[in-house]
Design a protein around this ligand. Sequence first.
Ligand code: UPG
Length: 415
Amino acid sequence: MQTVDVGELAVSAYRKVAPDWIVEPLLAVADRLRGARVIHLSATPYGGGVSELLRSAVPLYNDLGVRATWKIISGEPAFFAVTKKLHNALQGGTEPITDAEIRLYEETSRRNAEQLSADPDFADCDFVFVHDPQPAAVLSFSDTTGARSVWRCHVDTSQPAPGAWDYLGKFVEGYDATVFTLPDFVPPTLPRDRADIICPAIDPLSPKNMSLDDRTAHAVLNWIGIEPDRPLVTQVSRFDPWKDPLGVIEAFRLVRPEVPGLQLALVGSMALDDPEGWEVYRSISDASRDDPDIHVFTNLTGVGNVEVNAFQKFSSVMIQKSIREGFGLVVSEALWKGTPIVAGRAGGIPLQVADDTGGVLVDSTEHCARELLDLLQDPGRAAALGASGRERVRRHFLLPRLLLDELTLLDGLAH
Ligand code: UPG
């Protein structure tokens, strides 16, 4: 089990961007928890929404006086293939999970539990926050301590495969609290009073979201092969079938004849816990081969936070054509840069794009193409949607609000 190194952040810096009505109560609840110790347990230190959240949240917990560490479970690639199947089953995937795979999941969880039980941080911690299905079973096999436990579900569990909760539920029911992004995601077998609803949030000051001037964004993209003088639409996401990258390519091809010079960038990350990423990458490469207007980038070819920032800032319109989506940090990231988005009406996306705010929700590839074309041809409307989206993110989806909600939950468990 690895402890992830994180930097140092100061909550005071967020006063300039987040509303006071969030920062003030955050300081008050943190004061009540001062000195408490928290472990966040997840599956990967990079390459997806959970690591994005923890990298900023953990240092801020510490700045607020709550001593937090972030630990990563370990497992063979075969273990992560099983956990990805579990993740997919929770989102409605129907690929069966075999008895041997269940054994592997439980054996690996047991091994991680032994390591956690032997970890000095665990012996005297007050709260353990476990993220997603990958580490969900670990606490069932670890030593009992006085720590209160929270399971945080980041995925869209509105339409799970039959039986998915029957299995995972027996681990989840052992937690003192659970957290979902939407009430619709709470499984019917879990008592509602044990389920909190908390939305994720973005860090407005991280390298991915800090303000980038046009010249820098232009230069960063030019350097990696985007032609800055041509219109650009982009989807940023893990290479995952639920994000429908092939649907994005199809929608782009429907729009391209109407918009001279249009380019598409698909920016995707490979995460340690997501072996399916390579298969999806191959299918995207096959679908875009010999098409000079489609650019495919990954974190493994040098596209990091600043490049993602530049794509989100510089694109005329962002796309997030998800079919299932717990929340979709990439949506708030785009809106925070004032860039409008055309996004799938799925899971937590409508929380961010709503009531003519931020962009347009779509239900099919043709619908996506139509709305994309409309926004590309009406820059005034696109700019207005981007501006309203940024304000919505400022009010609801910046990190101090997430910290306020999480610390309020921990405070409730402690007192
Ligand atoms: N990202 C990169 N580089 C890439 C591609 C993605 O940095 O090439 C980042 C992206 O900027 C974002 C994160 O990876 O910060 C992806 O987060 P998100 O859009 O939220 O998707 P997931 O990785 O699928 O995250 C899971 C859920 C999602 C939820 C999130 C936090 O699927 O719905 O918002 O967890 O709860």
